[in-house]
Design a protein around this ligand. Structure first.
Ligand code: NCD
Length: 322
């Protein structure tokens, strides 16, 4: 019953982070503002820390492969003083046929987490476990539907690099149909006032867009004109039906981001990519590695800051029903 008299911190009023649609404008603003604060401090001093989450336990439950997202959540949690437990799904009973609900219930009994960070190939898995657990649940990517912390760190990155999001033109290029990053970004960036375009061959466009106002282009030549941000995506071959794309070199020829193509965008346009990169498939080496134009490593750094913000806002206050 502690702290019911306290106001939700910085206007943030969520128990979980399941998808962008669930967030109110004030929640998004609170995450971006606190993320910005942490991003400034990460730049100054890699060793900084806080103990605002001391004694809290974060359980990372990754049912799909991940490099940066999982490491980013772990570092974010540790920088705030929390303890982190990672479940190695490869050696867990999931491989022996255990249900998601049983795995989560077992881990809850052992770890008694304050937050579970979950990545799962099935749509709705984070919302499902949120209904069965008495702790915060954070979606670290479910199926091709949502990856809210990636969109939040991307928005933070655009805001810091371009001085704002409203009125900026962002092109998301490549495998839109199978990308949860594209989906969460279309929802969030549109909501924050950006002009969002997608550029992809027909086979890689979704049947419908999750946000109003998204404009689709079939060629890089048409879609890049006037763009402030060019966000490239990997071909999600693991989610594709065979034969959707004829060949990677052919794909690069038409949709790969080269210096020449980047020159079609607005002067000073910046390049983003959530990773992992497939060099020579969707992006040329010299574009990916251009220190002036590529924000790719900045995104990774801001990912820690954005996740610190999410963890702090979710956990550094009493839960609604506690
Ligand atoms: C993305 C993902 O897993 O959804 N990666 C990430 O989180 N940085 C994109 C991808 O897998 O291509």
């Amino acid at each position: 019953m502690m702290g019911l008299h306290l106001k939700p911190k910085d206007g943030f009023a969520q128990d979980h982070l399941i998808g962008i649609d669930h967030l109110r404008d004030a929640d998004i603003e609170a995450i971006l503002n606190l993320g910005d604060h942490y991003a400034n401090r990460i730049g100054d001093d890699h060793g900084f820390g806080s103990d605002i989450l001391r004694g809290r336990r974060i359980l990372n439950l990754f049912f799909e492969n991940s490099t940066r997202t999982r490491a980013s959540f772990e570092i974010a949690a540790k920088r705030l003083g929390a303890d982190v437990v990672n479940l190695d799904i490869g050696t867990s009973s999931v491989k022996k046929g255990e249900t998601l609900r049983d795995t989560v219930a077992t881990m809850e009994a052992i770890v008694r987490p304050d937050a579970v960070v979950i990545r799962h190939s099935e749509y709705g898995a984070p919302a499902f476990i949120a209904g069965h657990l008495d702790c915060a649940v954070i979606n670290a990517g479910d199926s091709w539907r949502e990856h809210p912390t990636q969109a939040l760190l991307d928005a933070l990155t655009i805001r810091r690099a371009k001085g704002g999001i409203a009125g900026r033109t962002v092109a998301i290029c490549g495998d839109i149909a199978h990308s949860r990053v594209a989906r969460s970004n279309m929802i969030l960036l549109t909501r924050l006032g950006a002009h969002v375009r997608v550029i992809a061959p027909d086979a890689l466009l979704p049947q419908e867009f999750p946000a109003d106002g998204v404009r689709a282009f079939a060629t890089m030549e048409d879609g890049l004109a006037g763009c402030d941000i060019v966000m490239m995506l990997r071909l999600q071959k693991e989610r594709m039906q065979a034969g959707l794309i004829t060949g990677e070199s052919d794909y690069f020829k038409h949709y790969g981001l080269t210096r020449e193509r980047l020159a079609l965008a607005a002067p000073g346009a910046l390049v983003m990519h959530p990773g992992p990169l497939n060099r020579g498939v969707e992006i040329a080496d010299d574009v990916a590695d251009d220190p002036e134009r590529s924000l790719i490593l900045t995104q990774v750094r801001n990912g820690v800051a954005a996740r610190m913000a999410v963890l702090e806002l979710l956990l550094a206050r009493p839960r609604k029903n506690s």
